[in-house]
Design a binder for this molecule. Structure first.
Ligand code: SAM
Length: 312
């Protein structure tokens, strides 16, 4: 996999938190397709099946990457795949094929280009761990969800058994028991389950169910036991997730509580600069009639990362 830890200079220089760079990354092929992670992938599929609503209208997939999980959102009429990397979205387009069911958006989780209350469901899998300001990201997500909507969040858990053992035997300096995130590699964070629950509560979500996932994520266990057996054992163990969370990965299903204005029918985008909606749409551009900003639409990807520089 190519280096992912380059900070984008535009993000370092202004107030927005830094973003990890997946542009040009072969993450899907190296980490998943050839990475020996069939067990983790299938355990995550199982968790999603347990947590997803049977049906819905519009689902937002935050940090969609190459669309590994997108085919799992069977019951939804439309799916918006959001990622900061256009090359990840291009890989998702190749993977998912041409369909009006999918909308591809290049944008920053910290600055979502959607009207309030647009989505009745959102998922964020293996992406919160790149957030230096996780509560700020959760606040953005709640804003674009309808009241009563379902949010499924996966996060990397610092309170996992391996970290506890390593800390207990002096092989790890940071404590897995304290609530602050640990940045184990630049822009890769593990979180404490209690901190995540508090952040969700503070940002308008009610936690309904937790599943612990990837109980057997150990190289030698995966080498010696068949994937099917590991997934079957994980399936049972996942159910203890509301009692304790000691796995490297945790899935949480929450409900968006409190009031959110209902968007006008068919209104999806809003201006990331001035907040105006609706935006004008032509084949190549999205335009804000209030502040005049424009964003590019290229090869089926709405690019909301930066407005187009207009000639002076
Ligand atoms: C580890 S990949 C996970 C991809 C996919 N969810 C999966 O599980 O296969 C994390 C993804 O989050 C995206 N990402 C990271 N920070 C982001 C941000 N601030 N805004 C939008 N996308 C972001 C990256 O570009 C990358 O594609």
């Amino acid at each position: 996999m190519k280096s992912k830890c380059k900070l984008l200079s535009s993000e370092v220089n202004n107030k927005r938190p830094p973003i990890i760079d997946y542009e040009g990354s072969d993450y899907q092929s190296t980490f998943w397709d050839k990475g020996g992670r069939e067990y983790e992938d299938q355990a995550e599929e199982l968790a999603l099946r347990r947590l997803l609503p049977k049906s819905g209208q519009l689902l937002l997939e935050l940090g969609a990457g190459a669309g590994r999980n997108t085919p799992r959102y069977h019951g939804f009429e439309r799916i918006v795949l959001l990622d900061y990397s256009t090359t990840q979205l291009q890989q998702a387009q190749e993977h998912l094929g041409n369909s009006s069911r999918y909308v591809y958006v290049a944008a920053d989780v910290y600055q979502l280009p959607f009207v309030q209350g647009a989505f009745d469901c959102a998922t964020m899998i293996r992406t919160l761990h790149h957030m230096a300001e996780a509560p700020r990201a959760l606040h953005q997500i709640r804003g674009v969800m309808s009241s009563g909507g379902t949010f499924i969040l996966e996060y990397a858990n610092k309170l996992n058994l391996k970290a506890i053992l390593r800390y207990g035997t002096g092989r790890q300096s940071w404590s897995p028991f304290t609530w602050e995130p640990v940045e184990f590699v630049e822009l890769n964070f593990d979180f404490h389950p209690k901190a995540v629950r508090v952040w969700l509560g503070n940002n308008g979500f009610r936690v309904d169910r937790q599943l612990t996932v990837s109980h057997f994520r150990l190289g030698w266990v995966k080498r010696w036991l068949p994937t099917r057996l590991l997934v079957a054992m994980d399936s049972i163990a996942q159910l203890s997730g509301d009692l304790w969370q000691l796995t490297p990965s945790v899935f949480v299903r929450s409900t968006a509580v409190g009031d959110t204005p209902r968007p006008a029918p068919n209104e999806l985008f809003r201006c990331t600069i001035c907040g105006h909606s609706p935006l004008g749409e032509s084949p190549d551009f999205i335009t804000c009639s209030a502040c005049g900003r424009q964003w590019a639409v290229q090869d089926g990807i709405y690019d909301f990362r930066q407005p187009i520089e207009l000639p002076k």
